[in-house]
Design a protein around this ligand. Structure first.
Ligand code: GLC
Length: 755
């Protein structure tokens, strides 16, 4: 039916020579020549019938997420949209083709931000964008830029940080990198999309100040510093109004205040009132469906949606179309340089590894040493998260392989045990998982504790390592007990290995191969070293092995706060699956078809109260609960040491230049990150203890070498949003600029008078 409607729309008028053919200078004429059905066909995306599950289509490029329908009569090509933030997600096979179409699996968003290296993130974007171009896709549905409000959010792996500045800057770097290839992006999910449970109908309730300073500020920075071709609105409501239907959000703020010039699309099946969606400034409704096509056509024909609003949407879509490689007739090679991209993938991952703990000189280990490698995940490394943010990668290097690649000797009996065990577990898990790769939890190997092997290995091996793995994803938030906490078996394994190796004066290193934080306090004292390698993409094992042996000196810093206990999180009471007496037993899409929305009946499911306001992450912990910080925002160790000195703050146009000299005071080369926080004077509004206002990463500094970093802090970035005046205001008074290693550090301070 939908196909018939589209076909009818597209062929309703036989092509005549005087029919305008789209180009960047005749968009008004093309709009004037379009039939109403053709206009609907441009707004309503590629038909859902071709989708095998949300986010797949076979129109354009197999496995892409969707398309903007083409209108051949007017020279409008089909524009292909595909996910996602950790690499292009398309099918690795195509009908009638014997070759494959794998895409490079890059590190997850949280690992990109952990590099605090914007140039490197842009380089990753360039690389990803080249695969988008060469595989024939026009717009990549990335980056994911929502805020890490709570550690249990199922999509935190795709997002960058608890801080809007770090998020916005990393997103802008990613967008600029990707779009440098002449392809588009779609920063998402706009906005305040901080949980997965009941995501299609959850109502985010928050103050205007919280909205402006935290949950829009990330998108504001990204839009102003990168001009993304498109933005994807989120599934949720914001204070009772659906994100895709909000004129205030999409017209007044996004375009009116921030100067966004691109086009807006819904998330897949997002939004409810299609006429209001278009009226509000959300131009594309993805994916297409019969009902949404017919409803939109009816709304135009009955006048409830004005032709002026429709034509404004069509103009924005056509301005997007004329920028695409498809429109420009680019012929994709279908052979991007995956080998070169794999090197970029590793280079980025190398800088995103965060060294959390390193005692008794546990790390780096020399390659002469024999490693007893434990943990099922060491043999089944996790490259990324699940759902639309997944990637069909050519391979994933696990830690066992990565260590072997660098010439490490593995304790042979432990290695043989895990190889046998994992082969059996692979069969068991395959039987359970089938081919379901989509967002539902996948069965993974069950942890084992080979006690005798552990004790024997402690005699012969030089050091022990355990990898703890966590994978989760779209459509579901993490479970406190089964995902955030370590399992009894994991605790027992760490305990057993720690005791056996420490009894021999040997060390244990724990590697966290996770998409988001896990509980730390109950076990970390049993480990001499802990590294957070996130989900590092397809080269994961090689990256971790390079760090373990010191070939790479870790320079990652936390993009969010690791708290001592989940219950101490500021959003603990206002998040689904809080450590409830009884887990919720409800469907993920509680109101998917119920149009009487939003409902404010069930707390944290139908509505979520952002009661913590602007006090998210370190803004909360440094102000109200420093003792609840296990590892602070911005924290990261190195195999060397650094000293900050000679901090200066010089007033310049519109703000200040902050300069800091960083010296490598240790014995090996390394990189460090200088963070500039600002503490505002007491004013009418309450303010957090400190807020990140700038940061920079040093180049590689040799032992003893120094460099001077200059970071710009704009005056407007000191402003707070005053709800009384509905405006941004900078209080007069004495501000403290802090140059720090992390959110709890006070290395250097300079007072600055602001009038
Ligand atoms: C999904 C996701 C969005 C993705 C889209 C297309 O439901 O929320 O991030 O880009 O659908 O797959």
């Amino acid at each position: 039916m939908f196909k018939a409607l589209i076909a009818a729309a597209l062929l309703s008028v036989t092509p005549q020579s005087d029919v305008p053919q789209l180009n960047e200078n005749n968009i008004p004429e093309v709009i004037a020549a379009m039939t109403v059905e053709e206009k609907c066909a441009l707004i309503i995306g590629g038909r859902a019938k071709d989708f095998n599950g949300i986010g797949f289509t076979n129109i354009g490029v197999e496995g892409a997420a969707g398309v903007i329908n083409g209108i051949p009569r007017l020279g409008i090509p089909t524009v292909v949209l595909a996910d996602g933030p950790a690499g292009l997600r398309i099918s690795p096979t195509r009908k009638g083709e014997t070759r494959t179409f794998y895409c490079t699996g890059y590190p997850i968003g949280s690992m990109l931000s952990s590099t605090w290296n914007l140039e490197l993130v842009e380089e990753a974007g360039k690389s990803i964008g080249n695969e988008v171009l060469e595989y024939g896709v026009d717009v990549l549905l990335a980056p994911g830029a929502n805020i890490h409000r709570n550690p249990l959010c199922g999509r935190n792996f795709e997002y960058y940080s608890e801080d809007p500045l770090l998020t916005g800057k990393v997103a802008a770097a990613m967008i600029n990198g990707i779009e440098s290839n002449g392809v588009g992006t779609s920063i998402k999910h706009f906005a305040v999309n901080s949980q997965e449970f009941n995501r299609l109908a959850n109502n985010s309730i928050l103050s205007e100040r919280t909205l402006r300073e935290i949950y829009l500020k990330n998108f504001e920075i990204a839009v102003k510093e990168s001009q993304p071709w498109t933005i994807m609105t989120s599934y949720n409501f914001i204070n009772g109004e659906h994100a895709s239907e909000s004129s205030r959000l999409l017209t007044d703020i996004l375009r009116g205040e921030w100067g966004f010039e691109g086009a807006v699309m819904t998330d897949w099946s997002g939004g409810y009132d299609d006429a209001q969606i278009v009226r509000a400034g959300n131009e594309m409704i993805q994916p297409g469906s019969d009902s949404r096509f017919k409803k939109l056509l009816a709304a135009i024909n009955d006048g409830s949606l004005s032709m002026a609003d429709v034509d404004r949407a069509i103009e924005r879509i056509l301005k997007l179309v004329v920028k695409t490689p498809k429109f420009k007739g680019y012929v994709p090679s279908q052979t991007p340089d995956l080998e070169a991209h794999a090197k970029v993938c590793k280079k980025v991952a190398d800088e995103g590894v965060v060294l959390l703990k390193n005692e008794k000189a546990a790390l780096p280990v020399s390659r002469e040493q024999e490693i007893a490698l434990f943990g099922t995940t060491s043999y089944d490394f996790i490259a990324g998260g699940t759902g639309s943010g997944d990637v069909n990668r050519p391979y994933v290097v696990d830690l066992m392989t990565g260590l072997s690649n660098l010439g490490f000797k593995l304790e042979p009996e432990v290695d043989a045990f895990y190889k046998d065990y994992m082969a059996a577990e692979a069969i068991r898990c395959k039987r359970i998982n089938g081919n379901n790769k989509w967002y539902i939890d996948r069965e993974r190997a069950i942890e084992v504790i080979p006690v005798e092997l552990i004790e024997k290995a402690a005699e012969t091996a030089d050091a022990a390592m355990i990898t703890i793995g966590r994978v989760f994803g779209e459509g579901k938030d993490r479970d406190y007990y089964h995902s955030y906490c370590l399992s009894d078996r994991e605790q027992e394994l760490i305990d057993c290995v720690s005791k056996a190796f420490r009894a021999k004066g040997k060390t244990l290193t724990v590697i966290l191969n996770v998409g988001g934080f896990v509980e730390m306090i109950s076990w970390q004292d049993k480990a001499d070293a802990v590294i957070l390698c996130w989900q590092p993409g397809q080269e994961g094992g090689n990256t971790v092995a390079s760090v373990l042996c010191g070939e790479v000196n870790p320079s990652g810093h936390l993009p969010s706060t690791m708290s001592t206990e989940y219950r101490l999180e500021p959003s603990f009471k206002n998040f689904p699956q809080a450590v409830a007496d009884k887990p919720y037993n409800y469907s993920f899409y509680r109101h998917f078809t119920d149009r009487k929305l939003p409902l404010n009946t069930v707390k944290n499911i139908d509505y979520t109260n952002y009661e913590e306001g602007i006090y998210v992450g370190y803004r909360y912990f440094t102000t109200y609960a420093p003792e609840a910080i296990a590892y602070p925002f911005g924290y990261g160790l190195s195999y060397t040491t650094f000293d900050f000195k000679d901090m200066k703050v010089a007033a310049v146009e519109g703000g200040w230049n902050v300069t800091v000299t960083v010296q490598n005071t240790g014995k090996v080369a390394g990189k460090d990150v200088v963070q500039i926080y600002v503490k505002a004077p007491k004013g009418e509004l309450d303010k957090p203890e400190r807020e990140l206002k700038a940061f920079a990463k040093t180049p590689m500094l040799a032992a003893g070498e120094s460099c001077e970093l200059t970071m710009y802090v704009s005056k407007e970035s000191l402003a707070s949003f005053n709800e009384k005046t509905n405006s941004w205001e900078v209080d007069n008074g004495k501000y403290t600029f802090v140059a720090a290693q992390d959110a709890m550090d006070n290395s250097l301070k300079v007072k600055v008078q602001v009038n």
